[in-house]
Write a protein of this length. Structure first.
Length: 535
């Protein structure tokens, strides 16, 4: 089945992924590709429209990225955002200069000249009755001369050409970022571009997608066998359910207990999959192996790489065992993973080489090659909320599908510095108390539990000791930090405004019930500048 699709060319902005999120929210399929793809790639992609992302670079530097010229020659609409606008201007004969004033954060622009992009989009009016739009800016450079055929469609004092368009060719460009939620009507603008200007069909709907995905899996796998890394998290669980629907017993799930799981998680996962869904699940206790390799290591990136490496080792061993076991098994030729689109993008898979790596996620990368297995990643194109929609459509319990995400390295990145088994035990218990209270406390206003009102919540173990007093005695024990965030895409996040009474109760319970912890703090950092996990 062929869908409408939008091609997003990435120049390395940290928020390119949000452009894709917004387009998908409009139920239009899109893909992000590096800006230096070939002209042929662009011609053959079959896009209904193209969006050019922002970048940290400046177009007037000596060596800068340009959009493939084909993007402007196919007769399809193009939207340039920030750097994307600047390179569009320069490539089409306009001029870009370094500004004297940087604009970073909230700004207002005045829409001008009745463009299709801004029609009826307005947040306020100025004294003369002109429509104003609230936007989010992040730039130092600006377009100072329009390319031929273009007109100004928005401006403000700092940036007289804040948006421009050549409506005959359907080229549009904005200096601000419609993809971030701070641009209040950003979604409306992107929908306008995608649905109206590009005439893309909103045909990307998860319920309909199951049949397509099942058919693809069947075609790809044939009568071969698949093993899948099952974590009990949302992504791998939905992947397992989807693949199970497609090929049944040709699927074997491998659940690795690395000793850094949440309290009782191992049993729960087994109960769910082997017990309820009747899928083949092998549980591997590899905690000694992981903990041994992590001993003495405290650098976060080094820890992540070790954990990633050990996952590979365990999978190799299990794949070999499966082959050897006979038991009706021919041996797996495919490895399935719950990799989702943000994993691909954040690991640099679809990002231009110029973006900075913030964290190495453990799951994407050389795995199947080392295993001699082919890769099966049926969720690779989906964002988290699409995966959840798919999970519900597949009939997985809501509880499981709406669980907070849990990173593959698990408590390994929530115990700061060196990972020790004794720290993991303390952290598991403290974290279980926090989660239990979040699940049990209902917010009166919304009627929802605080677990559902937060996107991710967990406890972090700090390997520092502080002095306390308990039962008239002195304590000298460890500190844990509670972390709870609200986010829709995990790219940016706000710390959750949990009620003081809830925080108080959690703190009391942890200090009373978990001997070894005598202080609890609450993390009130947003992302950015902090990240969600502490490592
Ligand atoms: N303990 C584990 N055992 C086996 N595979 C794992 C384990 N932890 C992670 N993986 C593999 O790594 C992939 C990526 O982990 P990730 O945390 O991103 O996804 P998830 O656990 O499926 O979902 P969620 O993001 O909701 O936690 C998983 O889909 C799974 O294939
Ligand atoms: O499967 C995973 N493997 C990893 O290595 C990993 N690192 C971070 N995360 C999760 O990603 C989201 C964003 O986290 P950060 O703000 O800490 O980068 C949050 O949801 C994190 O829990 C990971 N998930
Ligand atoms: N966010 C961006 O795309 C910035 C583009 C360019 N570096 C500027 O400062 O204007
Ligand atoms: Mg997980």
């Amino acid at each position: 089945m062929s869908h409408s699709k939008i091609l997003i060319l990435d120049f390395g902005s940290q928020v390119t992924q949000l452009i894709a999120r917004r387009v998908r929210e409009a139920h239009v399929y899109c893909e992000i590709h590096p800006c230096d793809v070939s002209d042929d790639f662009v011609r053959n992609f079959g896009a209904d429209g193209i969006i050019l992302s922002g970048s940290h670079a400046s177009v007037y530097e000596e060596e800068t990225d340009k959009a493939p010229q084909a993007a402007f020659e196919l007769g399809i609409p193009v939207l340039g955002i920030c750097y994307g606008m600047q390179t569009m201007a320069q490539q089409l004969g306009g001029k870009v200069e370094a500004g004297h004033k940087r604009e970073f954060g909230y700004a207002q622009v005045r829409a001008r000249g009745h463009s299709a992009l801004f029609r009826d989009i307005q947040d306020a009016t100025n004294a003369e009755g002109h429509g104003l739009i609230d936007v989010w800016m992040s730039h130092g450079d600006k377009v100072t001369e329009l390319p031929g055929g273009f007109k100004v469609i928005a401006s403000n004092d700092t940036t007289p050409i804040a948006a421009m368009a050549d409506e005959d060719r359907k080229f549009y460009a904005v200096q601000f970022h419609p993809e971030v939620t701070h641009t209040k009507q950003g979604q409306a603008m992107l929908e306008r571009f995608v649905l109206e200007i590009c005439s893309a069909k909103p045909d990307w709907v998860m319920g309909d997608y199951i049949a397509e995905a099942v058919a693809n899996i069947k075609a790809q796998v044939g009568n071969e066998e698949v093993i899948l890394g099952l974590s009990g998290g949302v992504d791998s669980s939905v992947a397992a359910a989807l693949i199970h629907r497609a090929i049944g017993d040709q699927l074997t799930c491998v659940f690795v207990d690395h000793g850094l799981l949440r309290l009782n998680e191992g049993d729960m996962v087994m109960e769910m999959f082997a017990g309820r869904l009747h899928a083949n699940v092998i549980r591997v206790d590899a905690s000694e192996q992981f903990m041994g390799k992590l001993a003495g290591v405290s650098d976060p990136e080094a820890k992540r790489k070790i954990i990633g490496g050990e996952f590979v080792e365990v999978f190799k061993a299990e794949a070999a065992k499966l082959k050897a076991s006979g038991a009706g098994h021919k041996g797996a030729t495919f490895l399935a993973q719950g990799t989702i689109y943000p994993d691909v993008i954040e690991s640099g898979g679809a990002k231009s080489k110029k973006a900075v790596t913030i964290k190495s996620h453990h799951n994407v990368g050389g795995l199947p090659e080392q295993l001699g297995l082919k890769l099966l990643e049926p969720l690779r194109d989906l964002f988290k909320d699409e995966v959840r929609e798919l999970g519900v459509a597949l009939g997985l319990p809501r509880d499981m599908v709406y669980r907070h995400p849990f990173p593959g390295p698990g408590l390994g990145v929530r115990i700061l510095g060196e990972v020790k088994a004794e720290f993991a035990l303390l952290l598991q218990r403290a974290d279980a108390i926090f989660i239990e209270e979040l699940r049990n406390t209902v917010d009166e206003k919304s009627g929802k539990t605080w677990y559902d009102l937060t996107s991710q919540a967990f406890t972090v173990f700090l390997p520092v000791k502080s002095v306390g007093v308990m039962g008239d005695g002195r304590t000298y024990d460890y500190v844990v930090a509670l972390r709870a965030v609200v986010t829709s895409d995990f790219m940016t996040a706000h710390w959750a405004e949990l009620p003081y009474s809830l925080l108080g109760k959690v703190s009391n319970r942890i200090i009373n019930e978990v001997r070894g912890i005598n202080r609890v703090v609450y993390d009130i950092s947003g992302k950015p500048p902090a990240t969600i996990e502490w490592e």
